[in-house]
Unconditional design. Structure first.
Length: 321
């Protein structure tokens, strides 16, 4: 007995489970005990269980409806949407097992940047903020001037359906964070840290946002119709993303000075992290709680109904005798 008490006091998980079980037992048991003093033990237990399952059904419905919203009411939640790495390609994407990745053109990053700056030299100062050692990426230049996508054939029609993700795009930030983990010590162990490489570009293809894009200059009614259109389509194409990085030239950090500007090593291959968007199952636990509790609630209510009819027939038979 001493060892059991010692184990309970040492393991917080066991202690929490026992505390929760005791609290639920006292709360539900006390209600059933009070009801049973007026209705009898069997009817009291059925009434208590019906009330419990009805309350759980309502809570499951609320969690099912609102668990996906930012202002969530808490409760049971599943896995949120996230990017899942399916391949880390070093070198040529033509050898990647994903067919869509094989079709993505591989323009030379430095040549395209030089071509853009040769035509639009005014973008260099904006992209580098006065840092002469910094070399901007294609995405940074396109973000400064969206017309570059058409001028230098960077639209989805020119990239086999792939969309160039700009540095300010939230999807790019999420995908880049997943790529950092996949390349680091907790993933493929290709690098020891994000300081060893520079993110070049990121692309995505498919998904709800790309299947039903908003028209240029969309108004209120366009946005309303877009929400309706995406809501009535339950299935969407698979959503893929590719984050491309390249190793940088090792540089010494001078004590007391800011870190040196990363310089891409052109002799190193481009590493492409290919990933797919998992929609998760945020609402699934709430739905299952609503579904199971609803069935149990219906069964207990049906048992109470049948018991009430039997009691009514017995009372009627007793009155006639």
């Amino acid at each position: 007995m001493t060892h059991v008490l010692g184990l309970i006091s040492w393991d917080p998980e066991i202690r929490n489970i026992l505390a929760l079980t005791l609290g639920v037992g006292i709360l539900i048991g006390s209600v059933m005990l009070i009801i049973s003093t007026n209705t009898g033990p069997r009817t009291g237990v059925l009434i208590g269980l019906a009330a419990l399952f009805g309350w759980m059904m309502i809570m499951g419905m609320v969690w099912w409806m609102y668990s996906g919203s930012p202002a969530s009411l808490g409760g049971m939640k599943g896995t949120p949407p996230h990017w899942r790495v399916i391949d880390v390609n070093v070198g040529n994407l033509a050898d990647d097992p994903l067919k869509q990745a094989q079709q993505l053109p591989q323009p030379n990053e430095q040549d395209v940047v030089k071509s853009i700056l040769a035509v639009h030299p005014e973008l260099l100062a904006k992209a580098t903020n006065g840092n002469s050692a910094k070399v901007p990426t294609i995405g940074e230049l396109v973000e400064l001037d969206p017309n570059l996508s058409t001028e230098f054939k960077l639209n989805p029609e020119d990239l086999a359906g792939w969309h160039l993700l700009l540095p300010s795009d939230k999807q790019r930030g999420d995908a880049q964070a997943v790529a950092d983990t996949a390349l680091g010590p907790d993933g493929q162990k290709i690098v020891t840290g994000s300081s060893e490489y520079k993110v070049l570009e990121a692309y995505d293809i498919g998904g709800k946002e790309n299947d039903y894009p908003l028209p240029e200059g969309a108004g209120v009614w366009d946005r309303v119709w877009n929400n309706i259109e995406t809501a009535i389509h339950f299935q969407h194409s698979e959503h893929f993303a590719i984050v491309q990085v390249q190793r940088v030239v090792p540089q010494q950090t001078v004590p007391g000075q800011p870190p040196p500007t990363p310089q891409v090593d052109p002799s190193q291959p481009v590493i492409s992290v290919v990933m797919i968007r998992s929609l998760g199952d945020v609402r699934f636990p709430g739905f299952m709680m609503f579904f199971i509790s609803g069935i149990l609630f219906a069964l207990t209510c049906n048992a109470l109904h049948r018991k009430d009819k039997i009691s009514a027939r017995n009372r009627a038979a007793a009155a006639t005798t």
